[in-house]
Ligand binder design. Structure first.
Ligand SMILES: NC(=O)c1ccc[n+]([C@@H]2O[C@H](COP(=O)([O-])OP(=O)(O)OC[C@H]3O[C@@H](n4cnc5c(N)ncnc54)[C@H](OP(=O)(O)O)[C@@H]3O)[C@@H](O)[C@H]2O)c1
Length: 479
């Protein structure tokens, strides 16, 4: 990357008018490189790149000739688009490469097209830019930067599928306009994994944006990973909630479906959420967790759920379900950050072959909106001195250090933001690496600060965190 930076800086120093054009082409090139996660991919895509360059050269020749003959003005936009649609990029099987290639060519070829025509000097500049892109491309491949740059790494599930290590969280993202913009910012930045839940009441927003991107050819359904969850008031009719999620997400299948918590509760009369009587929720204990799991297994076997798992289960609950299940859980989603690194659970997961997804990776600073009163536990991983020191060292933000640390532990994580700048910031964690010593320093932080107590369900006999309820709230369940 340093060489590319140097080229940009040197080029910028000349302050030529085409710098903007070059920069935007370079950005497109970098976006293209996002999709290259190994050298063989790079070579395949390089072939397309070479094709594009050939087209650019041909266009350069065409424009020079046309300018010379004063015929540019006579060429119609229709012809131009036919030419684009028949170009090599139209044969490219990867729709993202296709789109990026078209963007590059559009910018290079279509500029000033309908106006006065292109001077050969300008066309020469474009060609020179194109050559720079190719050089940068080779520099990245030879320097091994392609892999490091932006490809989101993944971990294998026990069924052979892959779980991305970084995605977008969407809890407390109920403002449709904000979420819509955030999902767009995420997809444009390169996120291909979104976490939602029936409980968040936002599946329809995510489904609509994802469908729009798929319809526009920006990526295919199989390029995007969606997780959603069975609400704690949905255990009486899990099949209904799976079908509803499929509809709201506008998809034929869900990549990963989780039982949101092991504390099933009665549903309210409006069928929209938890039923409260005298301010207390009513535990639903007539349906054992394994019965709910069997519904997930059925949908898994039908191919409507590509992977299934649980959330907020403790070690005993995970082991118990694992022992009873026909389809073993593929994933568990739990609170996990430097103040609560989930070491015993993660060790069990490794033993069982269950992947772990960390929620609240940066400490869920907005959680107070949902956690009121005694259930709110103070704790801010972003202000930890070690995090601040490493942020300073790497020129990154505390949030980026925390996200990176989880990824390097092999834990998938889903930081939430509805602020487009922070959405991009949280994704920009793939170009640096914490050292083994630095990772070991995190191990010295006391890891006992659970921020999510689920105190509203404290009386439920299956509450997963009874010891923390007692330790933090002094609450002990009646025998
Ligand atoms: N399974 C479960 O029971 C469960 C529970 C909780 C969460 N989750 C999932 O996990 C996801 C992540 O957890 P979370 O949302 O609780 O916590 P989080 O991702 O640790 O933190 C999100 C909060 O941090 C802010 N934020 C985001 N990026 C930031 C940055 N770079 N710098 C400073 N502040 C930043 C966000 O505000 P802005 O939006 O304003 O940026 C938001 O308030 C959830 O969204 C949800 O998808 C699952």
């Amino acid at each position: 990357m340093y060489l590319i930076d140097a080229i940009i800086v040197l080029w910028g120093a000349f302050d030529l008018s085409i710098i903007k054009s070059f920069q935007s082409q370079l950005i497109d090139y970098l976006r293209l490189a996002c999709y290259l996660n190994n050298i063989s991919n790079a070579i395949v895509n390089l072939t397309f790149m070479a094709g594009i360059m050939t087209q650019i050269a041909a266009q350069f020749a065409l424009y020079s000739f046309s300018t010379h003959m004063s015929t540019v003005q006579n060429m119609t936009e229709t012809k131009h688009h036919i030419w684009l649609d028949q170009g090599i990029w139209s044969k490219c099987s990867n729709p993202e490469v296709h789109t990026v290639a078209r963007n590059i060519v559009d910018r290079i070829a279509a500029v000033d097209y309908a106006s006065k025509g292109m001077t050969s000097t300008r066309a020469g500049n474009y060609l020179f830019n194109a050559v720079l892109i190719v050089i940068a491309f080779f520099v990245d491949i030879l320097g091994g930067n392609v892999e490091k740059m932006t490809a989101v790494p993944s971990i294998p599930l026990s069924n052979g599928q892959k779980l991305p290590l970084l995605g977008l969280g969407t809890w407390l993202a109920s403002d449709e306009k904000l979420l819509n913009a955030a999902v767009r910012a995420a997809l444009d930045a390169g996120y291909r994994y979104i976490d939602t839940a029936e409980l968040y009441k936002n599946e329809h927003v995510i489904g609509a944006v994802v469908k729009e991107y798929i319809d526009a050819g920006k990526f295919k359904r199989e390029d995007i990973y969606i997780t959603t969850k069975l609400p704690l008031y949905g255990h009486h009719n899990a099949a209904h909630y799976i079908e509803e999620s499929l509809k709201k997400l506008q998809t034929d299948y869900i990549d990963l479906y989780l039982i949101h918590t092991p504390i099933p509760l009665e549903i309210n009369d409006e069928k929209t959420g938890i039923k409260f009587v005298n301010g207390e929720p009513i535990p639903l204990t007539s349906i054992p967790l394994i019965e709910t799991w069997k519904v997930l297994e059925k949908y898994y076997n039908e191919g409507k759920l590509k992977a299934i798992g649980v959330s907020n289960f403790n070690e005993e609950q995970l082991q118990d379900l694992y022992d009873k299940a026909t389809v073993k859980p593929h994933n568990i989603q739990v609170e996990c950050h430097i103040l609560f690194p989930q070491k015993p659970l993660f060790a069990l997961c490794k033993k069982l072959g269950v992947t772990l997804t960390a929620y609240a990776p940066i400490g869920s600073p907005g959680r107070g909106e949902a956690q009121k009163g005694a259930g709110f536990v103070e704790g801010d991983p972003m202000s930890h001195p070690l995090v601040k020191r490493l942020a300073e060292k790497y020129g990154k933000t505390p949030a980026q250090i925390l996200i990176r640390q989880l990824i390097q532990r092999g834990i998938s994580t889903i930081p939430k933001s509805t602020n487009p700048d922070r959405v991009r910031e949280n994704f920009n964690v793939l170009d640096f690496e914490l050292t083994a010593d630095e990772l070991a320093e995190f191990d010295k932080i006391p890891g006992d600060k659970r921020l999510f107590l689920f105190d509203f369900g404290k009386a439920h006999p299956w509450h997963p965190f009874k010891a923390d309820l007692k330790k933090v709230l002094g609450y002990e369940q009646p025998a």
